[in-house]
Design a protein around this ligand. Structure first.
Ligand SMILES: Cc1ncc(COP(=O)(O)O)c(C=O)c1O
Length: 479
């Protein structure tokens, strides 16, 4: 297992570097594996890919490429599946959509309409959620360095939960809440010494990372003590987030065991039983056919059993279980459409070759391959594959040799410029992490549903980017 060097928490694991097995024929090459592609993705009789009932060639013509195509019905069904799987008898949501995975006004409205809350972690995400009409009571404010102005904005808006991440924040929030005569509802983020990715997890006694209060070091217990001593803060629960792209419940089990021990200590020391246990996000999805994440209902069932068992063994009342999935809700619901620009066969020697297929986007719209060595599934979308496959590498247009979208893929040997490729499962951490590197404007996002399209985020233009350049456009306050 290799975590991203910038830190394991947001890092995915380098999955198997093995080259995928070659398809047996052009028919298999054109198949859209149900576990990877959105539910409405299918090929027409002529072999052209449609998503949400819309021909990808029409999408490319109307909105240009690269383009994020968002299967809105699939998004709605995943929201509903999470809401149902984690439903309980308590008031308010138990599922908080992690906005960092993908955020737009329409996402906020859809999430809210489905009865979920939203996890935001900056003033920017908070502002968007509020402007799009999210109920502030259903917002959970995360982040390891929330500024006084962000906390003020959140308090003034009436945000329902603050996940406290440091002693400085604890003091800052308490003072700001006191000034306003309000009581902020808080959870304490506990680092439990579990780092989980796919089927692997590591359980350690301590945590070497920036988030939360260490359980083993006693900081978490101290944070509880301090919050309970402050009139302007109301401690509603504990929080733990153990990693990302997790396929099974084993890591959650260890984490839950450790957090429940703290819940029991809090009861024993302070006579308080906390009402909420937030197990964070990190639920995995299939990027390639070999990926086998737990189904949402199975995962919810496993988590419930684990928490009930752990709390029963300590004689505690079962708390409400909250979760914050981002990737597992939005990830599978988008595909990225690219247009091929160049095709370059490279002789690797020993009778091997690889075809470099350059598309009109790259690491600016999908940094995950370069950053995490992420795997993706790609297909020829604008026509049916009719010839045998060749081993290809789909690369972007940026000035980096690491600008790779799909490292190893089997694509028809006759792919040519102007063909459209579609990459699956790009809903999470792609548009959200997009950059304007090389002054490449960020792509549009268009929602598709039952044969109709709806622009969600318009394509950035070069003029949008240049507008920030004071040398070119001196504003009123430029000196
Ligand atoms: C605290 C917290 N909650 C939720 C998430 C969402 O994770 P995912 O999109 O993997 O579900 C993250 C992601 O980094 C996180 O840090």
């Amino acid at each position: 297992m290799r975590a991203h060097p910038a830190g394991p928490r947001h890092g995915d694991v380098s999955t198997s570097p093995a080259i995928p097995i070659a398809p047996i024929d052009a028919v298999q090459l054109g198949e859209l594996a149900a576990e990877v592609w959105p539910i409405t993705a299918q090929r027409s009789l002529k072999g052209v890919m449609h998503v949400g009932g819309v021909d990808v060639r029409d999408l490319a013509a109307e909105y240009q490429t690269p383009l994020f195509v968002w299967d809105l019905d699939y998004f709605r069904s995943r929201l509903a599946a999470f809401a149902t799987a984690f439903a309980d008898a308590g008031p308010g949501p138990t599922v908080f959509y992690a906005a960092k995975a993908f955020l737009a006004g329409l996402a906020v409205r859809e999430v809210s309409a489905a009865g979920l809350g939203i996890d935001v972690c900056t003033g920017g995400e908070l502002t968007l959620a509020l402007r799009a009409g999210a109920d502030p009571a259903n917002l959970m404010f995360h982040g390891n360095n929330k500024s006084a102005s962000e906390l003020t904005q959140a308090l003034d808006a009436g945000v329902g939960r603050f996940v406290i991440d440091s002693f400085e924040e604890l003091v800052r929030l308490a003072a700001l809440a006191e000034d306003r005569g309000v009581k902020a509802r808080v959870l304490i983020r506990v680092t439990v010494g579990v780092e989980a990715h796919t089927h692997e997890f590591i359980a350690t006694a301590h945590e070497d990372q920036k988030f939360g209060f260490s359980l083993a070091g006693g900081a978490a217990a101290e944070a509880v003590r301090r919050v309970l001593g402050l009139d302007s803060l109301e401690l509603v629960g504990l929080h733990s987030h153990i990693g990302s792209q997790i396929f099974d419940a084993d890591g959650f089990e260890v984490a839950a065991h450790r957090v429940v021990e703290l819940l029991a200590d809090v009861r024993d020391e302070h006579g308080v039983e906390l009402a909420e246990l937030d197990l964070g996000g990190g639920m995995g999805i299939a990027y390639v056919s070999d990926d086998d994440p737990l189904q949402i209902e199975d995962l919810a069932g496993r988590l419930r059993v684990i928490v009930e068992r752990e709390t029963a063994s300590r004689g505690l009342t079962v708390p409400r279980i909250l979760v914050e999935p981002g990737r597992a809700i939005v990830g599978p619901t988008m595909v990225t459409l690219y247009e091929v620009g160049t095709v370059k066969p490279i002789d690797l020697g020993g009778g091997h070759s690889r075809t470099y297929i350059s598309v009109d986007g790259g690491m600016s719209d999908n940094i995950r391959t370069a950053l995490y060595d992420a795997d993706y599934t790609v297909t020829l979308a604008s026509r049916a594959p009719t010839v045998p496959a060749t081993l290809a590498r789909v690369v972007g247009k940026h000035c980096e040799s690491g600008d790779i979208v799909v490292r190893d893929a089997w694509l028809p040997a006759d792919v040519v410029p102007s063909d459209l490729l579609a990459v699956a499962a790009t809903g999470a951490y792609c548009r959200a992490m997009a950059s304007t590197y090389n002054l490449v404007p960020r792509p549009a996002v268009v929602a598709v549903s039952a044969g109709t399209t709806r622009l969600v985020l318009r394509r950035e233009s070069v003029d949008d980017l240049l507008a920030l350049d004071v040398e070119l456009f001196p504003g009123p306050d430029a000196s």
